[in-house]
Every structure is written in structure tokens, then in C-alpha cells.
Design a protein around this ligand. Structure first.
Ligand code: BES
Ligand code: ZN
Ligand code: ZN
Length: 506
């Protein structure tokens, strides 16, 4: 699929499907929609009447043009009320359009990026970025394990050419830039989706190392260190290794480094939970839905996905990626409830529930980041079911020890169209994770606040470094199709937020 900009009159432009955005609750068609209607002799306005099309979000209406304008078909796409319009409205409308195009097997799809959105304050590049992301993310299908026939079927229906129609020369430049940004963002998110959708027995720690090697091997600016079990032990990573004990396959600790052109820059550490399968360990999970625990490396996948694009992105800061990779399995050698592990920063952890393994593995990853002299740490982890209880499936919990950093991430997430919500680091809950026999225990006392006590646990391994934690247990995986841009399964959540965050750093 190619996406490009063209300065052209939408009425004359030849395409299989022309998408025209329409706001909800407008008495009369306006702008391009009105012009098309006029050219078609008012068919559209009567069709809208007949079908009761309101321009609501996720609403579409198809009309054949019978050669009266350049496009074969026109698809009206509802944007919802104009006052509620955000960048994401455009992203979702674009995603919905390609889904329809897939149904009609339209090979060329065009969007008017001009007048239809004239009322919004969005600049052309932002619109173009959002539309591009919507197009690419919405047409994602995970076909790796399908036969050739299924793959071909998808290929056959996939639009070959997507064109964003620009009203003039100035906007053409801006739209071009927006397409490039959107492409980078979407390709990164899709990279993460592919990693997370793969079955756990294939997506092993070793495989994640191979992916990291591949990324580092293709770049002059990215270097890679991998610690095997022996090296991790030498470095005192007793917490990470405790989680790995029950698995028959070797754990690996990944450390990627991107060096920008400028010397003497800040060091930003991106840390991702890399549990390639979370069975719960001896505190075994129920078998229902256990298969979804292949997504427990979604944080790590997001970090790898960002590194996959860092050469192109060229952020101004030094970026580190840290991913503790292991399975969490029950076995005769597995860590037992009541065991005590010592993390790299010297703190001891009483492991009372082996299913609260993410925070234990991250204890060493965060200690490592601090020890390496991080100026900023951002971690992403499918950490707690509690966070889903609190915020539902679509919203990530955001925690941190620096208001400035959590604000930056909130803004980045808004720009990316990903929902995050800041949660309080209630210091009064700290005693809930006090242990009688070790410095800290890995589960809280009693009920409630599970995502907060998990974040408080992580904070023990941070010290004073500005740090933010995104609990992505909910939005990393889609059980329902809430957003047209997010097909079922792995979502790639967090990747675009991280990219927007890195871009915002000077
Ligand atoms: N990986 C899970 C959290 C999770 C749950 C991710 C649902 C995605 C969807 C994590 O390791 C876990 O099992 N957490 C426990 C912690 C509890 C034992 C304190 C949980 O949330 O139940
Ligand atoms: Zn677990
Ligand atoms: Zn887990």
C-alpha cells in the first residue's frame, strides 16, 4: 500500500472510493459534500434523508456516482459533533474508511484533507499524520500463521493506493510531512503488534534477543548488550532470575543504546516488561483466558518497536531500551511463595505470589537503569489486572514521581490518540507492601489499589530519578473492536505515545 499526497480537485480526481468527512448535526451538506451532491444532482442529500445518515462517529454511507464525478464511489464518513472533534476523530474515520474499502475491495482510496475539516484548528500535517495512522493501523491483519490463501485474500482486498488530496501547494508540503510521520508511527506500532500476536512458544526470550540483534545490526547508532543468566547473576539481578527459575528456556536481559549525533545529552531509559508467557508460576493462573498471557511482553515489544524506528526518528537524546525477558512458569525449580530474592540495588523482596512477577523482574531492570545513570526512566508493563478494574480495557494507568514527566507523557499520549490517566502514588499505601522478613513484599495487603501498590513497589527501585510507569494491562490487548484503528488482538499500545514523547524532548 502506498500513501501519497496529490494536489487535485476532489470532483475530478479518479479513484475507486472517495472518502468525504461529514460532521454530525449539520442541517445542510456543506463544503466538498455539498459540491459533490450538486454534481450528482442531489442524489446524496436524498440518500442521506432516506438512510437517516446523521454524521455520527463510526457512521458511514456509500453512494455510487455512475461516472458523474471522477470517483467511482463516495463514502460519507461521520466525524461526530464538530465541537467534540479531535485528531483521533480523523484517525478513526480514516481507519473505518479503509475497513469499508476492504469490504468493497476498492483498490484506490482517496481522502479530501482540505475543506471538509476546515473548521478544526488542526494543521494539515497533523491531519495527514492521523489519517495515515488510521489507514495503516486500521488495515492491519495478523496473517503470519495463516496459509497462503488467506494471505492472498487479504492482499487482494487491500487498497493499493491511498491518496490524500491537497487543496494547494502549501498544504501539499505539510501533508507530505504528516504522511511520513504517520507512516513511521504506524509501522512501529505494527511491529509491536506482530511481536505480541505471535504465540509464546515462538516468541521466546531468545527470539526477542534476535529481534534486538537485528535492529542493532542495521544501525550505526544503536548498540546492544545481552546478559544471559550467568551474567545477570554476576550483576546481582536476583529478582529477575527468581522469576526465570521455573522456565525450561533461558532468560535474557536486553539493553539497547541509541546515541544521537550530539554529545552530552540526557539519557532516557525506556524499560519494558518482557514476560513472554505469564502462567502465574506456582501461583498458577486459572486456565480460562490464560492464552492471552502471551501479551505479557507487550511493554518490551513497545520498546523494541521504538528502537526499530529510532534511526529514522533521530531523537536528540540518548535512548536506552531495557527489557528483562523470561517466561513465568511453574516447575520443580520454580520460585516458591515465601522465597526471598535480592534485587540489583540490594533490596530484598519477599515473593508471596509468584503471579506478581512483572514488578519483580522490573525491580532489576529499573535498578539497572538507575545504576547506568538514567536522567529519565519510563517503563511500560502489562502489570496488573487491578489497573483494568480501575480504568477498564482502553485506558493505561500512568504513575510517576515527577509531575513534569507525567504531564509530558499525558500530552504525548493525547497527540498519539492513546488514553492514559494519571493515578495517585498514595504514600499511605506504602505500608501495604511492607514485609516482616524482607525489605518489601510483592503483593499488597487486603483489597483494592492493586495497581497503585504495584507502582509503589516499582518506586522502591527508582530513588530520585524522574520516572513514569504506564500500566498497559488493559489497552495492550483488544478483546473488543472499540476503535476502527485497533483490530482484535495485540494493539501496539504505547509505541506511538513513546515516539511522540521522544519527539517532544529537546
Ligand atoms: N501479567 C499480569 C497482569 C495482567 C492481567 C496483564 C490481565 C494483562 C491482563 C500480572 O503479572 C499479574 O498476574 N498480576 C497479578 C498481580 C496480583 C497477583 C497481585 C494480577 O493483577 O492479578
Ligand atoms: Zn503474573
Ligand atoms: Zn505478568
Amino acid at each position: 500500500m502506498t500513501i501519497r499526497v496529490l494536489k487535485s480537485d476532489p470532483l475530478k480526481h479518479s479513484t475507486d472510493l472517495l472518502a468525504v468527512a461529514v460532521f454530525e448535526g449539520e442541517k445542510k451538506l456543506r463544503g466538498l459534500a455539498a459540491e459533490i451532491d450538486k454534481s450528482l444532482g442531489g442524489i446524496l442529500s436524498s440518500l442521506i434523508q432516506d438512510e437517516g445518515f446523521k454524521g455520527k462517529e463510526r457512521e458511514t454511507l456509500l453512494a455510487q456516482t455512475h461516472g458523474r464525478i471522477g470517483a467511482k464511489r463516495v463514502l460519507f464518513v461521520g466525524l461526530g459533533k464538530e465541537k467534540n472533534f479531535t485528531t483521533d476523530s480523523a484517525r478513526q474515520a480514516a481507519a473505518l474508511t479503509v475497513k469499508r474499502a476492504h469490504e468493497y475491495a476498492a483498490k484506490s482510496v482517496s481522502f479530501s484533507v482540505g475543506k471538509a475539516l476546515r473548521a478544526s484548528a488542526m494543521r494539515f500535517n497533523e491531519r495527514a499524520r492521523a489519517i495515515t495512522e488510521g489507514v495503516l493501523l486500521g488495515s492491519y491483519h495478523y496473517t503470519t500463521y495463516h496459509g497462503q490463501e488467506t494471505k492472498d485474500e487479504h492482499e487482494k482486498r487491500r487498497a493499493e493506493e491511498v491518496i490524500l488530496l491537497a487543496p494547494d501547494a502549501l498544504s501539499t508540503k505539510q501533508i507530505e510531512a504528516g504522511i511520513a510521520e504517520g507512516q513511521l508511527n504506524a509501522e512501529a506500532a505494527i511491529f509491536a503488534r506482530d511481536l505480541v500476536n505471535a504465540p509464546a512458544s515462538d516468541m521466546t526470550p531468545q527470539h526477542l534477543v534476535d529481534v534486538a540483534k537485528d535492529i542493532a545490526g542495521k544501525s550505526k547508532r544503536i548498540s546492544l548488550e545481552v546478559f544471559d543468566e550467568k551474567e545477570a547473576r554476576k550483576r546481582g539481578m536476583g529478582a529477575f532470575l527468581a522469576v526465570a527459575k521455573g522456565s525450561d528456556i533461558p532468560p535474557y536481559f536486553i539493553h539497547l543504546t541509541y546515541k544521537p549525533k550530539a554529545k552530552k545529552t540526557k539519557k532516557v531509559f525506556l524499560v519494558g516488561k518482557g514476560i513472554t508467557f505469564d502462567s502465574g508460576g506456582l501461583s498458577l493462573k486459572p486456565s480460562k483466558n490464560m492464552e492471552s498471557m502471551k501479551n505479557d511482553m507487550a511493554g518490551g515489544a513497545a520498546v523494541l518497536a521504538v528502537f526499530y524506528k529510532l534511526d529514522e526518528l533521530q531523537p536528540k537524546v540518548e535512548v536506552h531500551g531495557v527489557i528483562p525477558c523470561t517466561e513465568n512458569m511453574p516447575s520443580g525449580r520454580a520460585v516458591k511463595p515465601g522465597d526471598i530474592a535480592r534485587a540489583m540495588n540490594g533490596k530484598t523482596i519477599e515473593i508471596l505470589n509468584t503471579d506478581a512477577e512483572g514488578r519483580v523482574a522490573l525491580a532489576d531492570a529499573l535498578s539497572f537503569a538507575v545504576k547506568e545513570g538514567a536522567d529519565t526512566i519510563v517503563d511500560l508493563a502489562t502489570l496488573t489486572g487491578s489497573c483494568i478494574e480501575a480504568l477498564g480495557e482502553e485506558v493505561a494507568g500512568l504513575f510517576g514521581n515527577s509531575r513534569q514527566l507525567t504531564k509530558q507523557l499525558t500530552t504525548a499520549a493525547e497527540n498519539a490518540g492513546e488514553y492514559v490517566w494519571e493515578m495517585p502514588m498514595v504514600k499511605e499505601y506504602q505500608p501495604l507492601i511492607k514485609s516482616k522478613v524482607a525489605d518489601i513484599k510483592n503483593i499488597g495487603d487486603g483489597r483494592g489499589a492493586g495497581s497503585i501498590t504495584a507502582a509503589l513497589f516499582l518506586k522502591e527501585f527508582i530513588g530520585e530519578t524522574p520516572w513514569a510507569h504506564l500500566d498497559i494491562a488493559g489497552p495492550a490487548w483488544a478483546e473488543k473492536e472499540t476503535f476502527p484503528s485497533v483490530p482484535l488482538g495485540a494493539t501496539g499500545f504505547g509505541v506511538r505515545t513513546l515516539i511522540m514523547f521522544l519527539k517532544s524532548l529537546r
